[in-house]
Structures are given as C-alpha cells and as structure tokens.
Design a binder for this molecule. Structure first.
Ligand code: KG4
Ligand code: ZN
Length: 335
C-alpha cells in the first residue's frame, strides 16, 4: 500500500494569509485563513504595502493555529508548497521566504505552485478531475479558457485581451458606489434587479479570446449620461444588466470551446466562480454538451492554501521540487 502524503501549503498572493495541511492532494486535514478584508475595506481596495505587512504579522499565528487544530507536527510533513506567482510581489515574498525557512529548518522539499493551477486543482478536493478537461479561470487577474489533457499540461485556448472579469466587477461596483469587495456586492444587488439597461454583447467572433474594456466603458458612459440628464441610476437593475452581459460572454466562449474540443468535464475556477448566476449559466452549457460540470465549494473558490496543497500533489509525485533561489513573480505563465 502506498504511503499517505501530507503537504503543508502556504498562500499569501493577495490579502488572505492561509496555511493548510492536505493529504494525498484531495483531503483537507486542516486549513487556516486569516482575512485582511476589514482593514482593506477602509481604503476601498487592497493596499499592497499593508497586505505584505499584515502577512508578516499573521503568518506565524496562522501556522501555530493550524498545527494546534490539526494536532500535527511539521516533522511529519512530506513537503512544503507555496504560491510563488502571480500576485502582489510583497505579499508573495512573505509566504515564499516563510516556506523556504521551514524547509531549511525541517529539511523538507519545497514545491512551487502557480496561483491559477491552485484554483483549477481546488476541484480535486471535492470531485476527482478526469482529463481531458476544459477549465474556465475567472478571477481578479485572469479570464482564460484552458484545455488540459493531463496533469500540468495547460493549453491556453483563449484569454482576455484587456481587463479581467473580476477587475471589471470591482470597477463597476466602484462606479455604482457599492461597498468593497465589489464582485460579491454586484451579485447581491443583481439578485434584486431586472435587465432594464441595454449594454453591448461582446467579442462576437470565432476566437476564444475575451474582452471586457468595452463593457466597462459602456457602464461608465451610461452612468455619466444619466447623471448629466439628472436621472437616478437604479443600482439593482444596472448590476443585473452588467452581470448578465459579462457572464453571457463567458457562456458563449465556453460553448464555442466545448463544440471544438471533446472533454470529460467543464471546470470553473478562480474568485469569480463564487458567483451563483455564473455557475447556473455554465451548468446549462455543460448539460447541453452532456459533460460534468465541476465547481469547488465556496470556501475553496476564494484564495486559500488548501487548493495550493491540492495543486502541489502531482508535482510531489513527479519529484518536481524547487530550488532555494526561487523568487516570487507578480506575473508568470502557467507552463
Ligand atoms: O481568485 P481571487 O480570490 O483573487 C485573484 O486571484 O484575483 O478573485 C478575486 C476576484 C475579485 O475581483 C472579486 O471581486 C471577484 O473575484 N469575486 C466575484 C464574486 N466573488 C469574488 N465576482 C463576482 N461575483 C462574486 N460572487
Ligand atoms: Zn485567486
């Protein structure tokens, strides 16, 4: 019988300090997430300098709490995994240096994990990924359709040519004066709205690329014009119209990709996959193509270290360990 593998995983790419112990890449033994949302809310968005300082304060607390909750000793860990890219550089560096130090002190191998790979592999924590799959990655920094025939074989079929979808949700929230965090609040307002505002449908072409700058400008211009006319904006309705337009593009491109490539599963990953309306629409598309639709539960959609442990597991099996001169990168390709 194979020995069970325990990976200690660390995630500090943005504003959550998270550490987790994951067994065999699919079992969450224990996870701690220390959110900084309250402090960043005061500024209306994540302040990178504050985020890295908070990671410094929180990371040892997170580890102590984790080991206590899990009743686990670091000596019994097989490897230490960390998000090295992409994200806020100062934040990534805190997690990376912490991981390297633990590896040196406890003599463990280091595994470097790409943040987007983590979001995709989060699905293994609930349902087994069965290749080939199509992954739609939707977050604050990414909007991509990725075909995977095997572990760590990422073929980017299409991506945004300008803004990422999460970024546009956040921008629309700001111009509508909705509280931070923007994306979830746009969704909340849309729940009580109707599709009354006419917004452009996007990128109506054969490529699998996305574009969101036109939709963003359309919302800003609409608000400006209504303000000039002295007409009040119905925030609920505009949230609804924006959300359906933004999601429609994801649906259409995913449908096109599934028509072109035969896969077993459609996976949606990244922070925006917390959006219920998006999940419902994608489930319809997957159903049309008669394939399974996987989406991680909410706690694994937003940034967390459990998904880092899941993504590190195939790398552990390949003994793909990182060197100690590994540096953090604010941007990096998946492959
Ligand atoms: O993956 P994530 O936590 O961080 C990045 O790696 O970017 O994604 C954060 C993004 C933010 O833009 C946030 O507004 C968006 O995901 N988001 C949502 C929802 N929850 C989070 N967007 C729309 N609807 C939601 N429910
Ligand atoms: Zn993320």
């Amino acid at each position: 019988m194979n020995k069970d593998i325990y990976i200690l995983a660390i995630e500090t790419s943005c504003d959550e300090t998270s550490i987790s112990i994951v067994k065999n890449g699919n079992e969450d033994i224990a996870t701690v997430v220390l959110s900084q949302i309250d402090i960043h809310t005061e500024y209306g968005g994540v302040v990178p300098e504050i985020a890295s300082r908070m990671h410094c304060e929180n990371i040892t607390i997170a580890l102590e709490r984790l080991l206590l909750n899990a009743n686990f000793k670091i000596e019994n860990i097989d490897a230490i995994a960390v998000t090295y890219a992409p994200g806020l550089l100062g934040s990534l560096l805190v997690g990376l240096e912490f991981a390297k130090t633990l590896c040196l002190v406890y003599n463990k191998p280091l595994i470097k994990v790409h943040h987007i790979a983590s979001h995709i592999y989060a699905n293994n924590l609930v349902n087994k990924i069965k290749f080939p799959i199509l992954a739609l990655v939707v977050s604050g920094g990414h909007t991509e359709l990725i075909l995977m025939n095997n572990d760590y074989d990422f073929q980017i079929l299409g991506k945004t040519l300008d803004d990422a979808i999460g970024e546009v949700f956040d921008k629309v929230a700001r111009v509508l004066d909705l509280p931070y965090p923007g994306g979830p609040n746009v969704e909340k307002y849309a729940l009580n709205g109707k599709d009354t505002y006419e917004l452009p449908k996007l990128m109506n072409n054969e490529t699998l690329d996305f574009s969101y700058s036109g939709l963003k400008s359309a919302v800003i211009n609409l608000i400006h014009k209504e303000n000039v006319k002295g007409n009040p904006i119905n925030k609920y309705d505009l949230s609804y119209s924006f959300q359906s337009s933004a999601v429609e593009q994801l649906e259409r491109k995913t449908d096109q990709a599934l028509t072109k490539y035969r896969v077993n599963q459609l996976i949606v990953a990244g922070g925006v996959s917390a959006n219920q309306y998006l999940k419902e629409q994608l489930a319809i598309i997957a159903n049309k193509h008669k394939i399974d639709f996987l989406v991680p539960p909410l706690k694994y959609c937003t940034d967390n270290a459990t998904m880092v442990g899941a993504a590190a597991y195939p790398l552990f099996l390949k003994k793909d360990f990182a060197k100690f001169d590994l540096n953090a990168l604010s941007k990096a390709d998946l492959n």
